[in-house]
Ligand binder design. Structure first.
Ligand code: FAD
Ligand code: UDP
Length: 403
């Protein structure tokens, strides 16, 4: 029986799994990962639904990055399917490309503008904002009020429960505006989906005899009985400190999954509904995964004030409150904080991987490039590692009594 672990890691999402992999494979440490959910992968978890279609339980996850280091690192654990993400917005009864591009404007207004004319079109409508502080400023400054109201105001109010004028610029700045006909959602150098899904990629990452996994378990249930030298915490930071300075606001989502008896539900993976309905968007998974199946599965996202936390809310008061928790976290010996909820950052998957690799490099006392090279896995192996706990047992993966 292992008396104690070198590290207990709270959370089997990107942050926890990347650090666990590097500690175990790179430094030979004994690691226990604890997750209160019944599966690995955190919010990126995917699985086959009752119809046999690969779906993302917590909404659409599309991998994209411009960081070669991150892409190369994940490529140790998966092959990829090339995929360029396309999104349409339902506006004025039409489906038009978002990010707004030349085709969006021409279709919406029945015009035949060139790229140059579109630049003039936007410039003539833009309301100059200086400085650009809020999410409203970002959009008004680029395209003016009418397009802001058609594409951004309603969606943002639904998604965040706040007006764009109350949110930091970074939120709507995630969506660019183009005067060409490029209709891809992202333009990063690397855009791809793990060939066999995210969960399989995580299972391969965690398939190591030094990595032990305890699912269906809140770390607070075991922290006094399973000692460790150091902890990595990837859950909500305010929860860790029992909300000492008050609750950090998070935006929650309800996911409504459906399967339809038709091969295709909508023309692209995601359709946004800025102005109608209580949901923000519908995702059809087969577009993302390339799976062929006579039926199709979709998910609706309904933003909520209460429930499981999914998004930190980027606004000045929240950043101030987070700073108090951040200072407390920095002073907490024996615990490191990593990931989207533990560092209260609106991070994409690749940013969380990069942050986790940096945390690991600090632990290892080497730079990030060296941290990646420590005993790296030579090639992708096929794993039989169980990714989901079978109730009532909690423990999967390498047994706690293994060594
Ligand atoms: P999580 O994935 O949240 O993992 C944290 C884990 O910790 C969870 O599994 C949780 O159960 C566990 N945990 C928390 N507290 C405890 C506790 N007390 N005890 C035990 N376990 C605990 N990013 C992209 O790059 N592309 C996308 O297309 C994309 N789409 C997204 C869509 C939605 C709807 C959402 C919500 C996010 C999306 N993201 C996307 C962001 C992506 O999900 C995150 O960047 C990433 O999954 C965060 O990883 P993490 O490890 O920080 O956190
Ligand atoms: N947004 C919008 N209309 C859209 C798409 C996005 O107003 O059609 C705004 C909205 O505030 C959203 C933000 O831009 O929360 C970021 O969009 P993204 O698609 O990156 O959101 P995520 O996938 O992270 O939910």
């Amino acid at each position: 029986m292992i008396a104690s672990f070198d590290y207990v890691i709270v959370g089997a999402g990107y942050a926890g799994s990347v650090i666990a992999e590097r500690l175990a494979r790179g430094l030979g440490k004994q690691v226990l990962i604890v997750d209160r959910r019944p599966h690995i992968g955190g919010n990126a978890y995917d699985h086959y639904d009752d119809a046999g279609i690969l779906v993302h339980k917590y909404g659409p996850h599309i991998f994209h990055t411009s960081c070669k280091e991150v892409f190369d690192y994940l490529s140790r654990f998966t092959e990829w399917r090339q995929y360029q993400h396309k999104v349409l917005a339902s506006v004025d009864g039409q489906l038009v490309p978002i990010p707004i591009n030349l085709d969006t404007i021409n279709k919406l207004y029945g015009l035949n503008l060139t790229s140059f004319q579109m630049e003039e079109f936007l410039a003539s409508r833009a309301e100059t904002r200086d400085p650009v502080r809020t999410s409203e400023d970002v959009v008004l400054n680029k395209m003016g009020r009418e397009l802001y109201e058609k594409f951004f105001r309603g969606y943002t109010r639904k998604q965040w429960g706040l007006d764009p004028s109350e949110l930091d610029a970074q939120v709507t700045a995630r969506v660019p505006t183009r005067t060409n006909r490029d209709d891809r959602y992202f333009t990063d150098m690397y855009q791809a989906m793990p060939k066999y899904g995210f969960t399989r990629m995580f299972a391969t990452m965690l398939d190591h005899p030094n990595i032990h996994l305890l699912l269906n378990t809140d770390y607070r249930e075991i922290k006094d009985v399973i000692p460790c030298k150091e902890m990595i915490y990837t859950g909500p930071v305010d929860e860790y400190f029992d909300y000492r300075f008050g609750k950090l606001p998070y935006r929650c989502l309800d996911f409504k999954h459906e399967t339809h008896n038709m091969p295709q539900f909508q023309p692209v993976a995601v359709v946004n509904y800025p102005n109608d309905y209580a949901f923000t968007r519908i995702t059809e998974f087969k577009h993302l995964t390339g799976q062929e199946h006579p039926k199709t599965s979709i998910v609706y996202e309904f933003p909520q004030a209460e429930g499981d936390p999914y998004y930190p809310i980027p606004k000045p008061e929240n950043a101030e409150l987070y700073k108090q928790y951040q200072a407390l976290a920095a002073d907490t010996e024996g615990v490191r904080f990593a990931g989207r909820l533990a560092t209260y950052r609106y991070y994409n998957m690749d940013q969380v991987v990069a942050q986790a690799l940096t945390v690991f490099s600090h632990i290892a006392g080497v730079n990030r490039a060296e941290a990646l090279e420590l005993k790296k896995m030579p090639k992708i192996t096929t794993v039989t590692f169980p990714a989901v706990a079978k109730k009532p047992g909690r423990m999967v993966g390498a047994a706690l009594s293994a060594s």
